[in-house]
Design a protein. Structure first.
Length: 371
């Protein structure tokens, strides 16, 4: 009975994941394995060619847990994304999203290593909840510890080692991820030096929670060649209300030498804000509205490759700025559809033209089967 209790606690706490449903495919001798996935038929409608057309994909993963001696447990998770909007002859673009393994000791905490979410995303996840658009003012995949990344060692404890109920703390170390210049296996924007991060959240009760996180990393030689400094860091704080069918969340963050922009450059500083409101109706309809903005400060020049006459001379500029309006409708727990409209507030100017930033609105239409 005690083993089953530990295993149940472990499975319910298997790190950050957007898994809404899972199919148990094995459960025997204190070992459990769940399979999950989804198929998304997705189309974008926009005047911007890069943002228009078929964006469909499929996703498959598993998560498992095993009870070992006494209160010690083990767990692992793997998740793979498959693009389905390209011809079979084209380069796949498929990628592993998550792949980590770890140990958990009763109420003390868990430790895992692999490809996982950075601790900065612990706060960002509260506003990254929209049907399609959102959660991208500053969090990016393989961008230090702002989103999913490689080489992450993470320790997490709930209830602060059993001493403070509903207080969660995470400590994280990220090893260096530097591109191989010869093989070009990692772009400058996805590199990082050694770094560390910490996050904490607390449930105040009555549906209200608060959170904060900080991370600091060395920059690689290729990144620090811009002479903006040897370090990149970011801090963020957030608050959410989730009760009585109403969901409200707000996030503020600042980054330094971390956010890529323009032509392979990093912003000296960004200030980022995300606001989200959603309501769950009893008829399975869930509308949402959000505001997302990232403002770059002390930006470097973005030059025209043909002439300097129309170059962006640096300074301050909005890197991301839009309003999202959308809604999801759930037929049941396995099938839902959604429509999401991104009202782009960026203006067409020298910066957006030279940096190839989309300034057009985008409408997303999706139909999802998940398990």
């Amino acid at each position: 009975m005690m083993k089953r209790k530990y295993l149940a606690v472990l499975v319910s706490a298997l790190l950050v994941s957007n898994v809404a449903n899972a199919v148990e495919i094995y459960n025997k001798d204190s070992n459990q394995l769940d399979l999950y996935g989804k198929v998304v038929g997705l189309n974008y409608i926009s005047n911007n060619g890069a943002e228009h057309g078929d964006k469909s994909y499929a996703r498959l993963g598993f998560k498992g847990a095993t009870q070992m001696k006494g209160p010690l447990s083990g767990y692992g998770q793997w998740e793979y994304n498959l693009k389905t909007s390209t011809p079979e002859s084209a380069p796949s673009g498929n990628a592993t999203r998550l792949a980590f393994a770890g140990l958990r000791y009763a109420d003390i905490g868990s430790f895992d290593y692999g490809r996982n979410f950075g601790v900065l995303y612990d706060v960002e996840a509260w506003t990254d909840v929209n049907p399609e658009f959102g959660g991208d003012s500053w969090a990016k995949t393989d961008n230090f510890m702002t989103g999913r990344a490689n080489n992450l060692a993470t320790f997490r404890t709930n209830d602060l080692f059993g001493m403070v109920r509903d207080l969660k703390v995470a400590l994280q170390y990220q090893g260096k991820n530097e591109g191989d210049i010869k093989n070009k296996d990692r772009a400058n924007a996805t590199e990082n030096g050694d770094g560390w991060g910490v996050s904490s959240s607390y449930d105040l009760g009555n549906g209200v929670s608060i959170a904060a996180a900080y991370a600091k990393s060395d920059r690689t030689d290729a990144q620090s060649a811009d002479k903006n400094g040897q370090f990149a860091d970011a801090w963020t704080t957030g608050v959410k209300f989730d009760a009585n069918s109403l969901y409200l969340a707000a996030m503020y963050a600042e980054t330094r030498n971390m956010t890529p922009y323009g032509n392979k450059q990093f912003a000296n500083k960004t200030q980022n804000i995300e606001l989200v409101a959603q309501y769950q109706f009893t008829n399975n309809l869930r509308p949402s509205i959000s505001y997302v903005q990232s403002t770059g400060k002390s930006l470097n020049k973005v030059a025209d490759t043909t002439t300097d006459a129309n170059s962006f001379n640096g300074g301050q500029h909005a890197l991301v700025k839009y309003v999202e309006v959308g809604t999801s409708y759930f037929f049941n727990k396995n099938m839902y559809t959604y429509i999401d409209y991104k009202i782009n507030l960026l203006k067409k100017d020298n910066y957006t033209r030279l940096a190839n930033v989309n300034t057009d609105n985008v409408l997303g239409l999706g139909l999802v089967y998940q398990f």
